[in-house]
Design a protein around this ligand. Structure first.
Ligand SMILES: [Zn+2]
Length: 322
């Protein structure tokens, strides 16, 4: 264990805090719920959060404590019901000095209008209260309020990830949008190659071309997959085999785009726009593509599929707020 970590553990023990997770600890100093956040080990940087009365606007007496401390070593601010003490460099500071500063702040809070009412800070109950800490924000709540808040958050989380029917109806539109992006991308590439008179069969597949193909197709494919995946995540279709559904939609969008691209090529060469014929000729066209061209397309589809799986599987997290 590093020296800094030992110092932090010593401090946590001395002030009687409980470790919440890797970066947070929390407890009560006098009557005030306080959290400790480890910002950095080298140099040792800590942040303390003090729960204060959010209706009090006069914070001058508390902020005056910091007048004696140099600005680049520490900072104290009061935001939305919390006083935040940032200690930027504790390499020279003793544990006693830190505890003394914490006590000074708590005394100042509790002797002003910033002090909290006793008991549960949600319902006022005096029974079964405990210190909680979410994302570094400390509070004091009773067992009943903890259970109610967790249930409420779980319900909100479920609702946020449930998906709705209206989004399901936008899926065909999103697939059509991706298919049209596919057409634009390949037509743009054709234009670029013919403009610079590049012969595809003469492009050498070496490290550089491979890297280039991976970068371009990676970015474009990721965007395609993201469009479909993010919509699918918010759709009701999610509850039924989301990954299979995502891959299927990516394939439909890319194949649809490719058929539209072939039909547009017909239009350019023989003056007719025939989607049905283009669909029938799809196999013939794919066989005619150069190895590099085919690789380019397959890698793009693979990236789109991967991104779609990532976005489809992503979940909206609703934070617990005590
Ligand atoms: Zn309560």
């Amino acid at each position: 264990m590093q020296e800094e970590q030992i110092r932090v553990m010593q401090l946590i023990n001395e002030i009687g805090f409980i470790v919440v997770d890797e970066a947070h600890a929390a407890g009560q100093l006098s009557e005030t719920p306080v959290s400790l956040t480890l910002l950095s080990n080298d140099p040792l940087q800590l942040m303390f959060g003090f729960k204060v009365n959010s209706s009090c606007r006069d914070t001058s007496s508390l902020l005056n404590i910091m007048a004696e401390i140099s600005g680049d070593q520490a900072k104290l601010s009061v935001v939305d019901g919390f006083a935040w003490l940032n200690l930027y460099d504790l390499n020279g500071a003793t544990t006693e000095a830190i505890i003394y500063l914490l006590q000074q702040i708590v005394t100042s809070i509790e002797s002003s209008n910033l002090r909290l009412d006793p008991g549960c800070l949600k319902c006022g109950s005096m029974e079964q209260n405990q210190i909680v800490c979410t994302q570094g924000r400390p509070s004091r709540v009773c067992a009943k309020c903890i259970s109610t808040t967790i249930k409420k958050t779980q319900k909100l989380q479920l609702e946020a990830n449930r998906g709705n029917l209206s989004t399901t109806f936008t899926l065909p539109g999103v697939c059509a949008f991706v298919a049209s992006l596919w057409v634009i991308f390949w037509m743009g590439l054709d234009f670029f190659l013919s403009f610079y008179r590049v012969n595809q069969n003469r492009i050498e597949i070496d490290h550089y071309t491979t890297m280039f193909i991976l970068c371009v197709t990676g970015v474009v494919g990721y965007c395609f997959g993201m469009c479909i995946g993010a919509t699918l995540q918010k759709s009701r279709l999610l509850s039924k085999a989301p990954i299979t559904m995502g891959i299927l939609l990516v394939l439909i969008a890319c194949l649809g785009g490719e058929i539209a691209y072939i039909a547009l090529n017909f239009l350019g060469n023989i003056g007719v726009f025939e989607i049905k014929l283009a669909a029938q000729m799809l196999g013939v066209f794919l066989m005619q593509y150069s190895a590099l061209h085919l690789l380019f397309k397959l890698v793009l589809v693979a990236f789109a599929g991967g991104a779609c799986i990532i976005w489809t599987s992503s979940k909206e997290i609703v934070e617990v707020k005590f």
